[in-house]
Design a protein around this ligand. Structure first.
Ligand SMILES: [Zn+2]
Length: 161
């Protein structure tokens, strides 16, 4: 039995697939993802698309994750916990049940990161020269940059004379 098919929910902009072992993170995504998408689009003046229609999958096994990302088994590395694919319009994250080194909060950050990529890829295309801005925005928007660390590492003179 493929557990993941247990829950398929549709919001206005996304389909979300998750199994009963992932009810908590699945319900959280269902309840919050549209607002995240709308805020992201508004902040970057990107058109909100009624047919955005990406599918988010919470994979409950490494095999499911590899399957849904479309990667080869040999390409998989243990740090790979999130993936976005413009062609298949699928975003896959690994379940907190499986990615034991990550908390649910960190995996939500990973999901936000991948949604930024999905929105930017969809809007700007996937040309190599656009990748760096997508990556920077994804890190910042998902809260994966420690701003205090950046400030300490790169001291900026606040009041230059
Ligand atoms: Zn990224």
């Amino acid at each position: 039995m493929i557990k993941i098919k247990e829950n398929l929910c549709s919001t206005k902009y996304f389909n979300i697939i998750y199994c009963n072992d992932d009810l908590e993170i699945g319900n959280f995504i269902v309840n919050n993802i549209d607002n995240f998408y709308i805020r992201l689009c508004n902040d970057f003046k990107i058109e909100i698309l009624d047919n955005f229609n990406f599918t988010i999958i919470v994979a409950n096994s490494i095999d499911d994750y590899i399957n849904y990302t479309g990667k080869a088994k040999s390409e998989y590395k243990t740090w790979m916990v999130g993936h976005s694919n413009l062609k298949t319009r699928k975003i896959c994250i690994l379940s907190p049940e499986i990615a034991k080194d990550y908390s649910s909060e960190e995996l939500i950050q990973v999901l936000k990161h991948e949604i930024v990529h999905a929105v930017f890829d969809n809007y700007y295309g996937t040309e190599e020269n656009e990748a760096w801005i997508s990556e920077g925005v994804a890190l910042l928007y998902a809260g994966q940059i420690d701003l205090q660390y950046v400030e300490e590492a790169i001291p900026i003179e606040k009041n230059p004379r």
